[in-house]
Ligand binder design. Sequence first.
Ligand SMILES: [Zn+2]
Length: 256
Amino acid sequence: MSAHHRIRIVAKPLACLAMAFFSLSSHADGTHKHWNYERGHEGPMHWAELDPSFETCGKGQLQSPIDIRQAVKATLPALQFTYNPVPPNLTNNGHTIQVNVPPGQTLTVGDQTYELLQFHFHTPSEEAVNGKRAAMVAHFVHKNAAGQLGVIGVLIQPGKTNAAYAPVFDHLPRKGEHITVDDLQLNLGALLPANKAYYQYAGSLTTPPCSEGVNWMVLKEPVRLGAEQIKTFRRIFNANARPIQPGHGRLIKESE
Ligand SMILES: [Zn+2]
C-alpha cells in the first residue's frame, strides 16, 4: 500500500556523529557529548559524567523510567485527547525514531492543557509494570503553556499487525534520515488504546539531560503491533531503553 505514496527522504548528518569527529573541540556551540545505550563509557551508567549539563542523570531523585508497582488508587482526571490525522514526519535522531507533528494536537488533563510535540519509541519498554517490561513503548511528549512536559506512555505488546501504526512502521528512517510522507495521513487518535485508564507519577526525561518535572501518565492497556513491525524497529534500534531508576518512595497513582 505504500508504493503509491510520495515519500521524501533527506539524509542529514547527525549532530552527535559530527561531535564524535570533533571530540576535542569545546562545546561552546551548545551541543552535548555523545551518549548511547551501550555498556561502555557513553552508556546509561555514565551519562552524568559525559557533560556537566547531564548531572541530573546521576543526582536526580525523580528519575525515569521506573518500575510501576504499589500504585495507589486515586480519582485522577480523565485524559482528553484532541488528536487529528496528520502527515507523518519521521526522523531518526540516532537514539530513536521520532514522529514530529504539526501544532494543534492537544491533551487536556483536569485544568492542564498540553500540546503534542512529538512521539517516539523505545524497545524494550522503558517503564516496567510489576517488574515486567513490554516489547516496546511509545512516548507521546506534550508541553503546556508553562513549559512543563506531560508524557503519555503507550505500552506495546506483540499481536496482530497494527494498521494505525503502519504509516510509521512502513517508513522507518535509517540513521540520519528524515522522511516525510506527503499524501498519507496518520490517524493519531487510533494510536492509543481504547481504555485510557492510567498510572501517574512525577519523573524525568529518560535521555540526557534527564531533566525532572515531567508529568508521566502511562496507559494501563497496551496496544498490539505485529511481530514483523516490532522486528522492523529492532533492525534499526536493537535496544534503546534506559535502565529502571530508583523510585525513592515516590507516589504512583492509578486511575479508578
Ligand atoms: Zn522516550
